[in-house]
Design a protein around this ligand. Structure first.
Ligand SMILES: NC(=O)c1ccc[n+]([C@@H]2O[C@H](COP(=O)([O-])OP(=O)(O)OC[C@H]3O[C@@H](n4cnc5c(N)ncnc54)[C@H](O)[C@@H]3O)[C@@H](O)[C@H]2O)c1
Length: 447
């Protein structure tokens, strides 16, 4: 039975008690009989959990599959899907149906398309998987929490500070409602990272005084306007083009410092048990420079300062042929740690024996175990603050200024447009030469 969204679990309990005694109870089962919070506390391993997938692309397909793989914990089914692009949804539905035939039940009437599709899919679920590009995450997380649903959402959880504030507010609401929230910062579920960082926290390298983090590699996928127009046999509206090629637009993606480097920044926040208080940085675009590169940079180098004065030196770069490294390191008063390599160099050297289970699977195993056992579980706060860490670095590089975290979090600038639709205006547009304006340090305002 679906409960009104703004009731707390105890409200829900007393309302259900009342409804049981009234014939009105018969009217509530129009949807698929989703679970209520109090049922999680009981008969958990026999209840069927219903999943809705919002954002049916590469990661969405992976996350839904990993959620369905938790069937060893109890029955589970994918019942609804939402996307803005029919082709993306059908591909993922086809793949999931092959992988998990008995656990996929998404008939046409529960396949939702459009910018408001997420609201319709959420209604049918106990657990909502949010795997759209990050700019849309805050509105979707808010809606899922309002509807009283458990959530798995990918990182980053927003593309701007306004979005982070919305996620933080919804995270509070989720906590009050006893909802479980997982965030796709999967290193927190990797046995090697967990053991290494535990050793750092136990003091094996002494006080951590400086840190380094890298996501240096190549450009990821890119959807060229000319290829898309050839594929679909027509001109795309600007909104459609930017959504297909979303990685290259800051309002949807957050730039690659947020999109990918967040993983490394988040590991350092985990080591420091806190978040930076200010950042300085620089960046720009040197190698990758076509209209299809949109408005994002191809390199950032930032320094993040933590409350105790320690500094994180961070680099992320998408320049093929240059030095590649994706990892994090910490230096302490008694030694140092290669965090991603799971090694400690100190009085006694140590190296993790195993990575443990695949982290993408482990993060779902952990979330679904918490849902079934009704254990407190809310990764949204850390997800929001680590997202904000990356946005702080972006702001410092885009503006060329030293930016305080508190000022960044209070930024009045909202990147998302007020209205979404295929013919609605996009926040950025190409010039006559087809190129998009990029941030110019010393000139661009970010607060
Ligand atoms: N944790 C990880 O290691 C990891 C790995 C890959 C991706 N991700 C994250 O997953 C998210 C999705 O990335 P992806 O690689 O799957 O991208 P993708 O382009 O393959 O998938 C995004 C999907 O969302 C849909 N979409 C876009 N806007 C939408 C909207 N407003 N409403 C509904 N659907 C919408 C798209 O049509 C597409 O199907 C990103 O935030 C990314 O950072 C995380």
């Amino acid at each position: 039975m679906n409960e009104p969204s703004d009731l707390s679990p105890s409200d829900v309990l007393s309302r259900r008690h009342f409804l049981k005694k009234s014939s009105a109870a018969m009217a509530g089962g129009a949807l698929l009989g989703t679970l209520t919070a109090e049922r999680f506390a009981h008969a958990a391993s026999t209840d069927e959990l219903k999943i809705a997938l919002v954002g049916c692309g590469g990661r969405g397909g992976g996350a839904a599959s990993q959620a369905l793989n938790t069937s060893n914990l109890g029955p589970i089914k994918l019942v609804a899907m939402a996307d803005v692009h029919e082709d993306r949804m059908q591909t993922t539905l086809g793949n999931l149906s092959k992988q998990h035939a008995a656990r996929v039940d998404v008939p046409k009437e529960r396949q939702f398309l459009g910018f408001d599709a997420f609201e319709k899919a959420i209604e049918h679920a106990d657990v909502v998987i949010l795997t759209t590009p990050p700019g849309f995450r805050p509105m979707m997380f808010e809606a899922a929490v309002k509807a009283g649903k458990n959530v798995f959402m990918e990182k980053p959880v927003a593309s701007d500070a306004a979005g982070v504030r919305r996620v933080l507010a919804a995270a509070e609401e989720a906590k009050k409602k006893n909802l479980k929230v997982g965030v796709g910062l999967q290193r927190h579920h990797n046995a090697g990272y967990i053991e290494t960082i535990k050793r750092v926290h136990d003091g094996q390298i002494g006080d951590v005084t400086s840190m380094r983090a890298f996501w240096n590699g190549s450009r990821p996928w890119q959807k060229k306007r000319s290829d898309l127009e050839k594929q679909y046999g027509r001109k795309l509206t600007e909104m459609e083009y930017q959504l297909r090629n979303w990685y290259y637009f800051t309002w949807i993606c957050g730039d690659h410092i947020a999109e990918q480097h967040i993983h490394n920044l988040d590991v350092i926040n985990w080591v420091k048990k806190g978040y930076p208080v200010k950042a300085r940085g620089m960046g720009g675009r040197e190698i990758t420079n076509s209209p299809d590169d949109g408005e994002i940079y191809d390199h950032f180098a930032c320094q993040f300062e933590y409350e105790d004065g320690s500094i994180l030196f961070s680099e992320c770069r998408q320049q093929p042929g240059a030095w590649n490294n994706v990892n994090e390191y910490a230096v302490g008063t008694k030694g140092r740690a290669d965090l991603g390599g799971h090694k400690i160099f100190a009085a006694e050297n140590w190296r993790a024996k195993s990575e443990g289970k695949d982290d993408y699977q482990q993060e779902h195993d952990d979330l679904f175990a918490a849902i079934r056992d009704n254990k407190e579980y809310n990764e949204a706060f850390n997800g929001a603050h680590s997202t904000m860490t990356a946005i702080l670095g972006r702001m410092a590089a885009y503006s060329g200024k030293e930016i305080e975290m508190q000022a960044a979090l209070n930024s009045k600038i909202e990147l998302l447009p007020k209205e979404l639709g295929w013919d609605k205006p996009t926040p950025v547009n190409p010039g006559a030469d087809g190129y998009y304006q990029r941030a110019v340090p010393g000139k661009t305002a970010v607060l």
